[in-house]
Design a binder for this molecule. Structure first.
Ligand code: 13P
Length: 317
């Protein structure tokens, strides 16, 4: 049961003024830290598998562990493929166990973004998976996660967003209102007026990319204006790297296990902080009673049925 439909999870967050964290994971330390933090906080959580990270780990290899962790969690979990760039990558993600996919055609023209996202939404919805689209463009700041998002951001226009959601059928929309992927440069200026207009016109859960490093007040205002999912990776990456660096001071020739000591704990503490800041802590039970459990997709093909009755065919399924 704890692997749940992300649409139900986000709709609950959206209507109850809190946001669920979509935490980027790159290895088992991240996976364990995210799930144990969620259990400790009794919080729903989204496990983000980010396509641009697949050059650093084997997506197919990690997914059985991700699915196992999600199914065995006692809090609601969704498995989301983040920043997928093609129909083929969405198909692969769903086949490997993601029950939610993002189609990121945000650098394409408006009509091409719509066509490509609609194509993915039709396929994913037929499989029961949730779909996130992006309109506008969230660029990169500095730090490890920034390089993957080159160039300046492009803000989301409310009127275009309405047409985009109607034509693509996405379940939630990533908006660009001033955040950047990677580290924020100083205090980020967010366009709350724009966000409010988008939220008033759309009335669906909105997603914040570049969610690391904002202030408590900014998170609060974002959530009050429709942000129901906050993506976070840079802060986690920086905290893990800081822990490793401090383990190496002074360099006494430590081995791998000693060098990595404390990484999971520091990640878990940061994620717990986010869950409290974003209001998802303590919400698990409410979601569990009203979320649809995720059912894996199975296709059964029966052939050579000549001379076999309908009843016998049905019995084979
Ligand atoms: P940060 O780089 O701010 O952590 O954002 C991550 C993100 O938006 C991934 O989709």
């Amino acid at each position: 049961m704890p692997l749940v439909d992300m649409r139900d999870m986000l709709n609950h967050a959206y209507h109850n003024n809190y946001a669920v964290g979509g935490f980027g994971l790159i290895n088992l330390d991240f996976l364990e830290a995210i799930v144990t933090a969620a259990e400790h906080c009794r919080s729903p959580v989204i496990l983000n598998l980010v396509e641009s990270h697949f050059e650093h780990f084997d997506f197919g290899l990690i997914m059985p562990a991700v699915e196992h962790a999600a199914r065995n969690a006692t809090v609601p979990v969704a498995i989301h493929s983040d920043h997928g760039t093609s129909h083929a990558s969405a198909v692969r993600a769903i086949n490997l166990g993601c029950n939610s996919v993002m189609m990121d055609a945000s650098l394409e023209s408006f009509p091409v973004n719509i066509t490509q996202t609609r194509h993915v939404a039709d396929m994913a919805h037929a499989c029961g998976a949730a779909v996130e689209g992006e309109l506008g463009y969230v660029g990169g700041g500095e730090g490890e996660n920034a390089a993957k998002y080159p160039g300046e951001g492009v803000y989301t226009a409310a009127e275009e967003a309405k047409a985009y959601v109607e034509r693509t059928g996405v379940d939630c929309l990533a908006v660009s209102i001033g955040t950047v992927h990677g580290r924020q440069r100083g205090r980020t200026k967010l366009d709350f007026g724009r966000l409010k207009r988008i939220n008033d016109m759309l009335g669906i859960p909105l997603v914040l990319h570049g969610g690391s490093g904002l202030t408590e007040e900014q998170y609060h205002k974002l959530i009050l204006n429709g942000i129901a999912k906050i993506n976070c990776y840079t802060e986690l990456s920086d905290i893990a790297a800081r822990t490793i660096r401090s383990n190496l001071q002074p360099d006494t020739g430590k081995g791998y296990i000693e060098t990595m000591l404390g990484v999971r704990d520091s990640l878990r503490e940061q994620i717990k902080l986010c869950m409290h800041l974003w209001g998802s802590a303590g919400r698990a039970a409410e979601i569990l009673v009203q979320c649809r459990p995720w059912q894996p997709v199975e296709h059964v093909i029966i052939y050579n049925t000549e001379g076999v009755s309908t009843q016998q065919v049905e019995a084979m399924c």
